[in-house]
Design a protein around this ligand. Sequence first.
Ligand code: HEM
Length: 397
Amino acid sequence: MALPIVFAVAALVVYLVLKVSNRTISPKIPGLPAVPGLPFVGSLFDIGSCHSRKAQEWAQTYGPVFQVRLGNRWIVFANTYDAIQELWIKQQSALISRPTLYTFHKVVSSSQGFTIGTSPWDESCKRRRKAAATALNRPAVESYMPIVDLESSASIRELLVDSQYGEKEINPAPYFHRFALNTSLTLNYGYRIKGNVDDAQLREIVDVERAVSNLRSTSNNWQDYVPALRLLSGRNQEAVEMRKRRDKYMIDLLNELQRRIKEGTDRPCITGNILKDPEAKLNEAEIRSICLTMVSAGLDTVPGNLVMGLGYLSTPQGQEIQKKCYDAIMQVYPNGEAWDACLREEKVPYVMALVKEVLRFWCVVPISLPRVNIKDVVYKGVTIPAGTTFFMVSLGN
Ligand code: HEM
């Protein structure tokens, strides 16, 4: 073959390979402001490791709702309360699904399945959400107060003793890990970890769930957006290792519950109710998904809020707030009955406002859980086609 023809064919092949690898799985949306990016990677370099903060910066230039290319996806970011209400609330039935991402869905979750909040929408997801909603509605949560009482008392008592009544500096995070995990384990399996904050099972679950949370993160895994990186990435190995460690305790927890049910020594709990109900419409994989959700949901969120809230309360301004809280509590419960009463009723507006403010101010899920629309949605005259991924920037502005 003549040299010019060889060059022409080679150039054509290179062109086609580049064109195919530069394709996106969701299209660029006409009419929606777009952050400029590079071929193949889009804005991955620019967005860095804190998506929510960078998105807030971009919102100054591109407005409240814009699109960003991350590798092979165009993603819509919503940055303001009004924009989030317009998309997530007013068009909630369209934004009901979740995207699947390579590291979390294909590597980490290949054995135990997905949590409810990361499951794409289908009939199975509908059944699991219904089961979780029933177990976590207001009257149900009120009935869990003795569990919250036991776990908070245990953690506060140990914090006091281990810090020698405030004389010795200690890291409070493990105490809140145990609080969050034990609450979920009791609800889900009728079982709690009795050991202290160094308990081996507690440490294993906390460490693995922390690592899984990073593997699920929208910002830590470039291989989710650039498929070629899956061939090289050391993240695969870490994901496989975490999956194996997670399988071990998830299987142990379920086996242990099944053993207790067989012996008749089990305590009432969400999974036990499902396993014992002959009418239950959930299959084994769905039960595993509910268990996974319950083990990870609180552990990923509650300790972060408690640590940040407690940190603030220990500052000089926080100490003023503590005094106001104490006075407000004593006004409603002058005879020392507040500890028991707060398990049944919420009667101190200042304390309720403080709790909501802690949840609002220290946003522990700043990009929320990503969504996918199952039908077209319209935002300010722009049609966003079904199958688009949405990130909510919930840091506030
Ligand atoms: C400070 C504590 C918590 C925060 C900030 C938090 C935050 C969130 C967020 C942002 C979502 C995604 C919502 C969405 O996009 O629809 C979510 C989903 C979920 N959370 Fe939490 N969460 C917390 C505690 C918990 C606890 C303690 C449990 C269970 C014991 C729990 C169970 C769930 C479940 C089951 C879902 C999935 C709901 C669905 O997809 O329908 N969360 N949470």
